[in-house]
Design a protein. Structure first.
Length: 117
């Protein structure tokens, strides 16, 4: 089993920055990939970014490319999402996810990000 806990959400003005953290515990050595998803009110959950634990390979949604950066610290079993140039449309509940294979089987409780215009 893997447990995920997100921190770092909050309220920020448009154009500002926030950094989210996701700490993993449990079978962290078995994690293959970790990522960030978000869900805005009335919308479906969408992929934001992902990083592979061993290689560090990253992928991003087109909507965040050039503004968000995902990174990892394997020694701390933690991933980060640095969010710059935030827009009101980035407002959502952000979830951390982890998978022991190519799919995500573990989810955090979510952290709210609100961007005011």
């Amino acid at each position: 089993q893997v447990q995920l806990v997100e921190t770092g959400g909050g309220l920020v003005q448009a154009g500002g920055s926030l950094r989210l953290s996701c700490a993993a515990s449990g079978r962290t050595s078995a994690i293959y990939t970790m990522g960030w998803f978000r869900q805005a009110p009335g919308k479906e959950r969408e992929f934001v970014a992902a990083i592979r634990r061993s290689s560090g390979r990253t992928t991003y949604a087109d909507s965040v490319k050039g503004r968000f950066t995902i990174s990892r610290d394997n020694a701390k079993s933690t991933i980060y999402l640095q969010m710059n140039s935030l827009k009101p449309e980035d407002t959502a509940l952000y979830y951390c996810a982890g998978g022991l294979t190519g799919t995500y089987g573990y989810w955090g409780q979510g952290t709210q990000v609100t961007v005011s215009s």
